[in-house]
Design a protein around this ligand. Structure first.
Ligand SMILES: Nc1ncnc2c1ncn2[C@@H]1O[C@H](COP(=O)(O)OP(=O)(O)OP(=O)(O)O)[C@@H](O)[C@H]1O
Length: 971
C-alpha cells in the first residue's frame, strides 16, 4: 500500500539547485542619488553571466576589473513577471504537479524586488491577475487550471519567521502569547514514535517524543502512528503542517533507512483547504496583511520577515491513492546590513535576527556547496525550515534579486557570491508520498466535523467554545505541556549549572588566552627583531658577496697583467728568436765581412808589396851603399823603438786584459747577486702564492663575522622561552654551519679556480726560472771559458815578449859584431824567422781576439736572455717605476758603460752587445761592435800598420841572393 518516493528505477538522481539573478532597473532613490549602473546584465534575458564593476573604472579597464558571476539564468530590468514565472517557477510547478516537493526562494537586499518577484501584485482585477502578479498568484492560478479534470485536494499555509519567532499568517487570532497557539518546529519523524535513525541530535529526538499536540494534530498523529504500524499512509491533518516534503507520511521502512526523508513539521500551523485559485489568493492577501512590514530608508514597504507560502497538493495517483506534494514559496527578508537600511531600535533588532538567520543560511549554503560533513541547519529556524529544500529531497530554485546601482554594489556582490555558491548545492529530489483517498476524505471530514462541533458548542453554551472531546484533549495537552514545562525547567537548571561551569571555564580560558596573547605578542616582537637581524645579516652577506666580487675583479686584473706579461714574454721570445734567426746571423755576417775585408786588405797590401819590393830591390841595388848607413840608423831606430814601445804596448794590453777580467768578474758577481736576488724574489713570490694567495685568514674573518652574528642572535634569543630558544639554537647552529660550509666551499672554489687559472702561469714562471738558471749556467760557463783564453792570451803575450827580448838581445849582439849590412841581412835568417814567428803570434793573437769577441757576443746574448728572463720575472711595467727593487741588469750595464766612458779606449764589451741588441741591429750601416773592436788597441798589428809601418813577407828567392826579409819605410 505504501508507495515509494524514489524514482521508478530506484536510483535517486542528484540535481543542482537552479539559480537565477534578477536585476531590476534603478529606482527613484538611486536615480536621485545619481548612482551609476555598475552591474552588467542583458536587458531581458539570454545570458548566464552577470558582471559588476566595483572599481569605478570605465571602458576596457572596467571590463577587465569587473567581477563576473555565473548562474543558470540572468534577467535584466526588462524581464517581466510572466517571463520569470515561465522560466523559473513553471518548470518547478510541472514537477510539483508530478508529485515532487518544490521550493522557490527569493534572496537579496532590501528593495531589490524579492516581494515583487514572489508576490507582486496579488490583487485580482475582474477575477484576473495583473501583469505584475508574482510567482505565488501565478502558481495558484496555474494549479487550478492544470487540475481541472483531476481528482485532488489543495491546502495552503502561510508562515512568517520574524525575530526568530514563527507566526501563522492565516490565523484569525494574531495573539500568539498563548502557548497553545504557538508554532513550533518538529521533525516529522517524531511521528515514527522515536524509531527513526535521526541520530544526529538526541535532544531533538527527546523533544519530539515529549512534544504535545493540539487535539486535532494529536489525533492525526495518533492516527498516523496507527497507519504506519499497519504500513498505511495517512494525511498530516489539518492543524499541523509539514513545511517541506510531507515525508512524515512515509512508510516506516523508508524512514528507518533515510534520515533525510524526515521532514520538518510546524506544530499548530493551520492548513486551509482551498478549492479555487481565488480562495488561495484571498488567503495570501490575508497573510500579507499580517506580515511585518515597515518603512525603512531604502523601502517604504520593507518586509521585515521571512515568509513561506506552502501549497500542499493531494493529487489522485492510482485508483484510491493520492500523491502528496508541496510547493514552498519563500520570500526572505532583506540581506542588507543594519546601518545601510537605517534600522534603529526595533528595526535594528529585526535586522540583527534577520541577519543571523541569513548568516546561518550562508553558512549552510557554503557547507552544502563544499560538501562539509556538518551542515548547521539547526543554528537558525530559517535554515531548519529550509533543511529539505537545501540539499534535501526537494527541487529548488533560488532567485537572487539585485540592484544595478553603484551605491548598492557591496550588497550586490555579496548576493551574487551567495548565488554563485548556491549553484553548487545538489539536491536529491524524490516524489512525495502517497495517501489513500478514504483516509484523505476521512481526515477532511474529521476536520469538518471538528469545526462544526466547535461552532455548535459556541452556539449552545455560553463561555465554552469547544466540544467536550476537544476540551478533554486540550486538558490532556495542558497536562502534557505542564510536564514538558517541568522537564524543560529541570533541563534549564542543568543547563544553567552547566552554563556557570562553562562561564568559569571561559573566564579561565580568557585568562589563558590573555597570557597566550601576551606571549604571542612577545614572540611577534622577537620574531620581528629576528627578522631585522636576519636583514642585517643578509646585508652583511651582501657585503661579503661584494667583497668577493671585488676580489674577483682584482683577480681578473691580475690575470690581465699576467696575460700581458705572457704576451711580453712571447714578444721577447720572438725578439730573441729574431735575433738568433736574423740579427745574430746578420752580426755574424758582418763579422765575417769585416774579417774578409781585413783579409782582403792584407792581401791587397801583400799584392801592393811586390812592386815595392821590386823598387826596393832596385833602390837597394842603386843605393845599397848609401843606404847602408841609413839602414843601420833606421835599424837602430827601429830596434830602439820596438824595444822601447813593445813592452809598454804589452804592458797596456796586459793591464787592459786585467781590467776586462776584473770587469767580467764584477759583472759576474753583480749578475750572480742579481740572479740570487731574483731567485730569492721568485722563491718568496712562490712561497707567498703557496702560503698566502687567497689564504689570508679569510676563513677566520668570515668565521669571526659569523661568530659575531651568532652571538648577537644568541643574545637576542635569550629572552625567548626555552622551547623557542632551543629551536633557535639549533636553527642558528645549523645556519652557522651552513654559512661556514657555504663560505668555505665558495672560498675553496675560488682558490681552486684561481689555482687552476694560475697553473699555466705558474708553469711559465717555473720555466722562466729555468731561463734564469740557464743564464746562470751560461754566465758561469762564460766565466770559465773566458778565463782560459785570457790566460792563454796572457801567456802568449808573455812568450812573445820574451821572444822579442831574446831577438833584440841577439840583434844587439850582432850589431855589435859590425857585420856588413848585406851579409848581415843575408845571414839574418834568425831575424826573418823571428819576424815570421812574430807574425804567427799576431795571427794567434788575432784568433784569440776573435774568440774573445765570439765569447763576448755569446756573453751579450746570454745577458740578453738573462735580461729578458729577469724582465719577464719582475715585469717590465713595474721596472720603470719600482725603485725599491734591486738594481737590474740594465743598471749594471749602464754602470759598465760609465766605466767605459772613463776609459774610452777600452772595448765597450757589454754596452756594445746591448747596443747591437737594441739599436745597431736595425741599422747595419752603423759601425758594428766587431768594427769597433777592430780599432781597439787590443789588436796590436793594426796599431803598428797605422803608425806607418807595414809588414811584408816575401820569398826572396833569386832576386836577393841571400836576403830573406826586408823592412822598409813605406811612404
Ligand atoms: N523588477 C521590478 N520591476 C518593477 N518594479 C520593481 C521591480 N523590482 C522591485 N520593484 C519595485 O521596487 C519596490 C521594492 O520592491 P520590494 O518591496 O519587492 O523589495 P524587497 O526586496 O522585497 O524589499 P524588502 O526586503 O525591504 O522587503 C517595490 O515598489 C516594487 O514594485
Amino acid at each position: 500500500m505504501v508507495a515509494s518516493s524514489r524514482e521508478s528505477n530506484g536510483a535517486v538522481e542528484e540535481l543542482n539547485i537552479t539559480v537565477a539573478v534578477r536585476c531590476r532597473g534603478r529606482n527613484e532613490r538611486e536615480i536621485k542619488a545619481k548612482s551609476s549602473v555598475v552591474v552588467s546584465v542583458p536587458d531581458v534575458t539570454g545570458s548566464n553571466e552577470v558582471s559588476i564593476n566595483t572599481t569605478g573604472d570605465v571602458g576596457i579597464a572596467a571590463q577587465i576589473n569587473s567581477k563576473t558571476y555565473t548562474v543558470d539564468e540572468v534577467f535584466g530590468p526588462s524581464a517581466n513577471q510572466s517571463l520569470i514565472f515561465h522560466k523559473i517557477a513553471e518548470p518547478l510547478f510541472a514537477d510539483f504537479i508530478k508529485g515532487y516537493n518544490c521550493t522557490v526562494l527569493v534572496y537579496g537586499m532590501t528593495s531589490t524586488g524579492k516581494t515583487y518577484t514572489m508576490t507582486g501584485d496579488e490583487k485580482l482585477y475582474d477575477g484576473e491577475l495583473s501583469e505584475s502578479a508574482g510567482i505565488i498568484p501565478r502558481v495558484l492560478f496555474k494549479l487550478f487550471e492544470s487540475l481541472e479534470n483531476e481528482d485532488y485536494v489543495v491546502k495552503c499555509s502561510f508562515v512568517e519567521l520574524y525575530n526568530e519567532e514563527l507566526k501563522d499568517l492565516l490565523s484569525d487570532s494574531q495573539d500568539f502569547s498563548s502557548s497553545a497557539r504557538k508554532l513550533r518546529i518538529f521533525d516529522s519523524s517524531t511521528l515514527n514514535g522515536g524509531t527513526t535513525s535521526m541520530s544526529n541530535n538526541s535532544s531533538r529526538k527527546s523533544s519530539r517524543n515529549n512534544s504535545p499536540r493540539s487535539s486535532s494534530e494529536l489525533s492525526t498523529a495518533t492516527f498516523m502512528r496507527k497507519r504506519w504500524k499497519n504500513n498505511m499512509p495517512t494525511s498530516n491533518g489539518s492543524a499541523g503542517s509539514s513545511v517541506s516534503n510531507g515525508n512524515s507520511n512515509k512508510s516506516q521502512s523508508l524512514q528507518g533507512s533515510q534520515d533525510q526523508n524526515a521532514g520538518i513539521y510546524i506544530q499548530n500551523l493551520q492548513d486551509f483547504h482551498i478549492t479555487t485559485a481565488k480562495e488561495g489568493i484571498k488567503l495570501l492577501q490575508k497573510g500579507l496583511k499580517h506580515r511585518q512590514v515597515a518603512t525603512t530608508k531604502m523601502n517604504d514597504f520593507s518586509s521585515r520577515s521571512h515568509t513561506i507560502f506552502t501549497i500542499t497538493l493531494y493529487k489522485e495517483y492510482h485508483g484510491e491513492l493520492f500523491r502528496v506534494s508541496k510547493m514552498n514559496l519563500v520570500d526572505l527578508a532583506g540581506s542588507e546590513n543594519i546601518s545601510r537600511s537605517g534600522a534603529q531600535h526595533q528595526r535594528a533588532k529585526e535586522a540583527g535576527s534577520i541577519n543571523q538567520s541569513l548568516l546561518t543560511l550562508g553558512r549552510v549554503i557554503n557547507s552544502l556547496a563544499d560538501k562539509s560533513l556538518h551542515v548547521p541547519f539547526r543554528e537558525s529556524k530559517l535554515t531548519r525550515l529550509l533543511q529539505d529544500s537545501l540539499g534535501g529531497n526537494t527541487k529548488t530554485a533560488l532567485i537572487a534579486t539585485i540592484s544595478p546601482a553603484k551605491i548598492n554594489s557591496e550588497e550586490t556582490c555579496s548576493t551574487l557570491q551567495y548565488a554563485a555558491k548556491a549553484k553548487n548545492i545538489k539536491n536529491k529530489p524524490q516524489l512525495g508520498s502517497v495517501i489513500m483517498k478514504d483516509i484523505l476524505v476521512k481526515s477532511i471530514t474529521a476536520e469538518l466535523a471538528k469545526i462544526k462541533a466547535d461552532l455548535l458548542s459556541t452556539k449552545t453554551r455560553e463561555g465554552i467554545y469547544m466540544s467536550q472531546d476537544n476540551y478533554k484533549e486540550l486538558t490532556n495537552d495542558l497536562d502534557s505541556y505542564r510536564t514538558e514545562v517541568q522537564e524543560y525547567k529541570r533541563a534549564i537548571e542543568t543547563l544553567t549549572s552547566q552554563n556557570t561551569l562553562l562561564l568559569k571555564d571561559k573566564k579561565a580560558s580568557n585568562e589563558v588566552n590573555d597570557l597566550q596573547r601576551i606571549k604571542l605578542q612577545n614572540m611577534k616582537d622577537s620574531i620581528s627583531e629576528l627578522h631585522a637581524r636576519i636583514d642585517r645579516q643578509n646585508r652583511r652577506e651582501q657585503n661579503l658577496v661584494n667583497m668577493a666580487s671585488t676580489l674577483r675583479t682584482t683577480l681578473n686584473t691580475m690575470q690581465t697583467i699576467l696575460s700581458e706579461r705572457e704576451k711580453k714574454e712571447k714578444d721577447l721570445k720572438e725578439n730573441i728568436n729574431r735575433l738568433i734567426a736574423s740579427d745574430f746571423a746578420q752580426v755574424r755576417e758582418m763579422i765575417d765581412k769585416n774579417f774578409q775585408e781585413i783579409q782582403n786588405n792584407i792581401k791587397l797590401e801583400s799584392a801592393g808589396i811586390q812592386p815595392n819590393i821590386d823598387s826596393i830591390k832596385e833602390e837597394i841595388r842603386m843605393l845599397l851603399e848609401t843606404a847602408q848607413e841609413h839602414t843601420d840608423e833606421v835599424y837602430k831606430d827601429c830596434v830602439e823603438k820596438v824595444s822601447g814601445e813593445l813592452p809598454a804596448l804589452y804592458e797596456a794590453a796586459s793591464e787592459r786584459i786585467t781590467e776586462v777580467e776584473a770587469m767580467v768578474g764584477k759583472c759576474y758577481r753583480d749578475l750572480s747577486e742579481n740572479l740570487s736576488d731574483a731567485s730569492e724574489e721568485y722563491n718568496n713570490f712562490k712561497q707567498y702564492l703557496n702560503d698566502h694567495f687567497f689564504k689570508n685568514n679569510h676563513e677566520e674573518l668570515l668565521a669571526s663575522h659569523v661568530d659575531r652574528t651568532y652571538h648577537h642572535i644568541q643574545a637576542s634569543g635569550e629572552d625567548l622561552f626555552q622551547k623557542f630558544k632551543e629551536m633557535m639554537d639549533n636553527y642558528l647552529e645549523n645556519n652557522k654551519h651552513l654559512m661556514l660550509n657555504s663560505l668555505r666551499t665558495a672560498t675553496c672554489d675560488v682558490i681552486e679556480k684561481e689555482m687552476q687559472l694560475f697553473e699555466p702561469q705558474k708553469d711559465k714562471w717555473e720555466s722562466s726560472f729555468k731561463y734564469i738558471n740557464n743564464c746562470d749556467a751560461l754566465n758561469i760557463a762564460l766565466q770559465k771559458d773566458i778565463k782560459s783564453p785570457l790566460s792563454d792570451f796572457r801567456s802568449t803575450l808573455q812568450t812573445s815578449r820574451n821572444m822579442i827580448e831574446q831577438a833584440m838581445t841577439k840583434v844587439k849582439k850582432r850589431m855589435s859584431d859590425h857585420e856588413s849590412p848585406r851579409s848581415a841581412l843575408s845571414k839574418n835568417q834568425t831575424f826573418n824567422q823571428e819576424f815570421s814567428g812574430l807574425l804567427n803570434k799576431e795571427n794567434q793573437l788575432q784568433e784569440g781576439l776573435k774568440k774573445s769577441l765570439q765569447f763576448t757576443d755569446a756573453y751579450g746574448s746570454a745577458l740578453d736572455q738573462l735580461q729578458a728572463s729577469i724582465s719577464s720575472a719582475v715585469g717590465d711595467d713595474d721596472h720603470a717605476t719600482d725603485k725599491s727593487r734591486p738594481e737590474n741588469i740594465d743598471g749594471v750595464l749602464r754602470r759598465i758603460d760609465e766605466q767605459n766612458v772613463l776609459y774610452p779606449d777600452r772595448s765597450p764589451l757589454k754596452s756594445t752587445s746591448f747596443r747591437v741588441n737594441k739599436s745597431e741591429r736595425s741599422s747595419p750601416n752603423k759601425s758594428s761592435p766587431i768594427k769597433a773592436n777592430s780599432h781597439s788597441p787590443c789588436k796590436p798589428q793594426l796599431s803598428l800598420a797605422r803608425s806607418g809601418y807595414k809588414r811584408s813577407y816575401t820569398d826572396l828567392d833569386g832576386t836577393l841572393d841571400d836576403s830573406s826579409t826586408k823592412v822598409t819605410r813605406h811612404h
